[in-house]
Design a protein around this ligand. Sequence first.
Ligand SMILES: NC(=O)c1ccc[n+]([C@@H]2O[C@H](COP(=O)([O-])OP(=O)(O)OC[C@H]3O[C@@H](n4cnc5c(N)ncnc54)[C@H](O)[C@@H]3O)[C@@H](O)[C@H]2O)c1
Length: 403
Amino acid sequence: MNNNPLNIVVVGTGMYVCGRGTDGYGTILPAVYEWARCGCMGDLYIVGIHIEGINTVKRKVEKLNRLFGLEIEPKYFPDSDNCDPEAYKVAIRDIPRPACAIVVAPDHLHRDIAGDAVGNNIHTLVVKPLAPTVKEVVELIGLQEKSGVYCAVEFHKRLDRSNLKLRDTVVSGKIGNPLYFIVEYSQRKSIPEEKFKSWVEDTNVFQYLGIHYVDIIYFVTGAIPRRVMAIGQKNYLSSKGIDNFDSIQVVVEWEMPSGALFSSVLLTNWIDPESSSAMSNQRIKVVGTKGRYEADQKKRGICVTSDEEGIEEPNPDFCSMYGSRNGDISFQGYGIDSITRFLKDVTQIESGQLKVEELENRRPTFKESIVPTVIIEAVNRSIVEDGRWVNTVFENSRFSRFE
Ligand SMILES: NC(=O)c1ccc[n+]([C@@H]2O[C@H](COP(=O)([O-])OP(=O)(O)OC[C@H]3O[C@@H](n4cnc5c(N)ncnc54)[C@H](O)[C@@H]3O)[C@@H](O)[C@H]2O)c1
């Protein structure tokens, strides 16, 4: 192994980084702490835009240090009262190499922030979606090719065993040729109303939730999307002064590498009651010519009932804290694994054990993200054109990840 420890710059100080606005710690920081146990972590830089965000992270870092029995001391940007939306540029230039970046800012900023990291030869992981437009994804792929660094998108559902079993079932041919997928995915109304208040009008529920399962369908089938239609409803959120869809329903027609067609119906909302028993209500079903695969990914077999919290159905598989004594806890799940896997891949690339090209077709690389973003763009067009079918750029091409 390389003797130079890997330095990490995390851009973002929000819910996913540290659990801003929740009692928890988010996913990125717990994963970085789990990674720190391997002893090959260098410096940690954390970037926000203003001191309030930085102070939130500082409080969570203090608690995580106690829980893990570690003494991680990140360097923060900005570390003064100045509001600086470009502080990431300073961190990216300053961080000693070898280094990687984890970009966890709102969707519409991914292109510029990730582009700066990749352009400065830093291996980069971006939370989904890579970007809302195909033009931005193509630009990022161009920058990746030029710099030769490893670039991936944090599509953690690819590591959920429930989806790995789905993939094996479809690939084995056991259920025949897929005819249709049905996906339902929703979250509580506090997400658009409170958590994403500052940028809710720059995204929508399909781009936020539905895109996870678009990537899963692509991962499982290797198919390409031919055409897309979408409709949505503005009712509850608009009554609260938020100009966005409560729910979006999408139909995608896909073509398998064999030429066989199937469709997927993706039903998403983010106006579930706060009293719902889980943050994510999610299920996927596929019906094929020889059988079906059904996974209730909300009900994972655990139900906790208490005076204080009512009925809860936690997901032990995503990002869960285990243990309770300071110094003797761990965070486990596919959310943790997808980040530590990136850090391990980068460490192996830096030590010469792995080549960036070897990860193409094995990881959700920037190139793999063309398909999800083609669908986001088509959905965003169809939904404002009264649900018109929109043909994708792949309409007449033979592109497939398996070719
Ligand atoms: N919350 C989740 O469970 C989750 C899961 C997977 C992916 N994501 C993705 O993560 C991204 C962020 O989501 P979140 O839930 O943390 O949102 P959030 O609103 O809680 O946090 C966004 C953060 O980005 C920071 N930011 C904004 N502009 C910045 C800039 N110029 N430089 C540095 N930081 C900047 C803000 O200060 C804020 O801390 C989104 O793309 C989202 O889709 C979130």
